[in-house]
Design a binder for this molecule. Structure first.
Ligand SMILES: NC(=O)c1ccc[n+]([C@@H]2O[C@H](COP(=O)([O-])OP(=O)(O)OC[C@H]3O[C@@H](n4cnc5c(N)ncnc54)[C@H](O)[C@@H]3O)[C@@H](O)[C@H]2O)c1
Length: 342
């Protein structure tokens, strides 16, 4: 039985506590939060868990095997570093840390102490998202032209990271997982209205190998909760709506093809014309398991069976490098910035 400690019992932490506490292979032994009111709320839900306000208690507890970090991004590096140094396996919420430099340090440390470092890129554990990956990999959609990803809501408004770092981290990890590649360059704009210097809405375009464009719209200043993705392929197109739990996917048998004119005496220029083909729209059945449960179980698989994390330190680093490129482009007025992932 893996003994887990969760640091951070705010909005997201209790979901992680529930999953690790109810898994047949782990239980949550300790929960830490600096905020006593939040600790008390969590203590009522999980009466058999030890609660405290000092993360040091977790690192000193030799019976704790793994630490889950569910605190604001600005605290991730320090808490994950201390956990690894104490010999614990670590699952850190996204994004892994504040900078690529910090991510690299965590990756090196995890390797040195031979512990698992995983990042909570929860969308790569989503069944509908896996189905999309299959459609792309099998060639069903044909060559992928572009992907557009919309992730909006009214709040939660962060003060330590902007909307791209908070929200688009999911989309970057997902698009890269689908395309088996990392972005080459980014160009982005955004606006700060609520807190000076922190972008509430970011509009970014990532260029992937093969001339594939991925467009991101991430905002916590929007009246509508939307998690909508469109994948436009040469042969077919699809939409993935993560808010629609019963029918998340739609496959559009639509494409643009070139047709040769039958006219006998046409010049070369008018011998071809583009035809829009409107075929069926299919709603494939996806039996959905809980993505966060899958993520937590995968973390346990990595600890117990030596599996390689699907969202490990390297993936966390690549997402943060992409976020850095988005921020740099935004600060430079939208100019193209190389992401520089090796
Ligand atoms: N995977 C997802 O879909 C998802 C969803 C929401 C949040 N998150 C991530 O989870 C993390 C937490 O987000 P949240 O919405 O729960 O934030 P939150 O502000 O609601 O909760 C964070 C908690 O951490 C506590 N905390 C801060 N510093 C601490 C420290 N040094 N030691 C102990 N406790 C500390 C705070 O008191 C607070 O209760 C973030 O990294 C966020 O990006 C992921």
């Amino acid at each position: 039985m893996i003994r887990v400690a969760v640091i951070g019992a705010g909005h997201w932490g209790p979901n992680l506590i529930t999953n690790f506490h109810t898994s047949g292979r782990s239980r949550v032994a300790r929960v830490v939060d600096r905020d006593k009111a939040r600790l008390e709320a969590a203590a009522q839900r999980f009466p058999d868990v030890a609660f405290g306000t000092d993360a040091g208690e977790v690192f000193d507890d030799t019976e704790i095997d793994a630490v889950v970090v569910a605190t604001p991004t600005s605290t991730h590096f320090e808490l994950a570093r201390r956990a690894l140094e104490a010999g614990k396996h670590v699952l850190v919420e996204k994004p892994l840390a504040d900078s690529a430099e910090q991510c690299e340090a965590l990756c090196e440390l995890a390797e040195k102490v031979n512990r698992v470092l995983m990042v909570g890129h929860v969308f790569v554990y989503n069944d509908a998202a896996e189905r999309v990956k299959e459609y792309i990999r099998s060639g069903d959609l044909g060559r992928v032209y572009y992907i557009s990803m919309l992730r909006t809501n009214l709040g939660p408004i962060r003060v330590d990271v902007d909307a791209a770092w908070d929200l688009a981290a999911h989309d970057i990890s997902l698009a890269s997982h689908w395309l088996d590649a990392w972005p080459i360059s980014a160009s982005a704009t955004g606006g700060s209205w609520i807190n000076e210097g922190i972008a509430d809405a970011v509009f970014a375009t990532l260029r992937f190998p093969g001339e594939i464009l991925v467009n991101l719209h991430a905002s916590w200043l929007n009246p509508r909760k939307a998690r909508e993705i469109t994948v436009v392929g040469e042969a077919k197109m699809l939409t993935f709506d993560d808010v629609n739990l019963s029918e998340p996917l739609r496959i559009y048998d639509k494409q643009v093809t070139e047709q040769r004119s039958q006219a006998a005496f046409v010049d070369d220029f008018s011998a071809f014309r583009m035809i829009v083909r409107e075929g069926d729209i299919r709603v494939p059945h996806v039996s959905m398991s809980q993505p966060l449960k899958n993520e937590c179980e995968h973390f346990l698989d990595c600890l117990l069976n030596g599996e390689k994390p699907r969202s490990g330190g390297a993936e966390g680093l690549a997402v943060v490098k992409t976020l850095e490129a988005i921020s740099a482009s935004r600060e430079a007025g939208g100019s193209l910035v190389e992401v520089g992932i090796k």
